[in-house]
Ligand binder design. Structure first.
Ligand SMILES: [Zn+2]
Length: 312
């Protein structure tokens, strides 16, 4: 239904787009277009120490070279601190956010069993700081869920991965809303922005799937709607790990329409869409794939990964 769909692509400007990030960009664009929806771009630069100056503009140029042009103004999270501060204030007023004085070392040493690669926060400061200075702000997950009558297990239906669930309190703990270094936490910024931008459909890489339960928990806490989620297949590097800026993924070469088409063809293949012939323009290629995506064939032929590979 036209008008009922707003999607987004939300890159972090820690480097240029690579083959993996183009998959998420293309999938979100095609999903929006094939449903007559809008597609927005948001630069996720809250983690300022990790951002590379100029990478934001370079990413927007790479997208434009591939014919992926947003339908509204681009927003930068680094300019939206007031919105995040308001959200934290809302949670503090409800008694669902509290200051935490723990260092990373405190949290790790309080762990009796290492259940996950990232330490589960044991709730040390839930009842007070015990004289420690406040470092970060955390969400009291259980208090919030109980107050709202929500189950401890957060469930959702991923459009590609199927039914998903996580007990955030047990598997993550009271997660950070504002970091010890004063920066806004990714989860809070994403949830506030998705709602502020009216995002109805989130299409993003599968590496972000295990953030979804925390984001749904925060949506409930802030009284915000939950979008539909679709997590796209990852592009693996030669070492079998997810292709990322961290393991040296090459920036996409989109210097001319031929190069852009080749990059788009690679991304389309990951989505289960057919390649288009050389000398097709990026715009013509997008048009063809939009028609295919509208007939539900996006991701057909892409095997669904086993859920236990997901760390959910
Ligand atoms: Zn603490």
């Amino acid at each position: 239904m036209p008008g009922d769909y707003t999607g987004r692509f939300a890159p972090s400007p820690t480097g240029l787009l690579h083959a993996g990030s183009l998959v998420a960009a293309l999938a979100s664009w095609l999903d929006a277009r094939s449903r007559g929806g809008r597609w927005l771009v948001r630069i996720e630069d809250v983690d300022t120490p990790r951002c590379v100056p100029g990478a934001d503009q370079a990413i927007l140029q790479q997208l434009a070279a591939c014919g992926l042009v947003p339908d509204g103004p681009v927003v930068w999270q680094s300019q939206r601190s007031d919105l995040y501060a308001d959200a934290l204030q809302t949670l503090v007023k409800k008694g669902w956010a509290y200051p935490c004085g723990c260092s990373r070392k405190d949290i790790e040493s309080a762990q009796t069993v290492a259940r996950h690669s990232a330490a589960v926060y044991p709730g040390t400061c839930r009842e007070g700081l015990d004289g420690k200075p406040a470092r970060a702000w955390r969400l009291n997950v259980r208090a919030m869920q109980e107050a709202l009558g929500l189950p401890a297990i957060t469930s959702w239906q991923d459009r590609r991965l199927g039914p998903q669930q996580q007990n955030v309190n047990e598997e993550v703990g009271d997660f950070v809303l504002r970091r010890a270094d004063g920066l806004w936490a990714y989860q809070l910024a994403v949830v506030v922005d998705d709602a502020a931008q009216g995002i109805t459909h989130v299409v993003r890489g599968q590496d972000l799937a295990d953030n979804t339960a925390r984001q749904i928990v925060l949506q409930h806490a802030l009284g915000l709607p939950t979008p539909q989620y679709l997590h796209t297949p990852l592009v693996l590097g030669t070492n079998g790990e997810k292709l990322s800026k961290q393991n040296g993924a090459m920036a996409l070469d989109v210097a001319n329409p031929q190069a852009a088409l080749s990059a788009l063809n690679g991304a389309a293949q990951v989505l289960g869409l057919p390649s288009v012939p050389e000398h097709t323009s990026p715009e013509q290629a997008l048009h063809k794939w939009t028609i295919l995506a509208a007939s539900q064939s996006m991701f057909l032929g892409v095997p669904h990964p086993r859920r236990d590979n997901l760390r959910l």
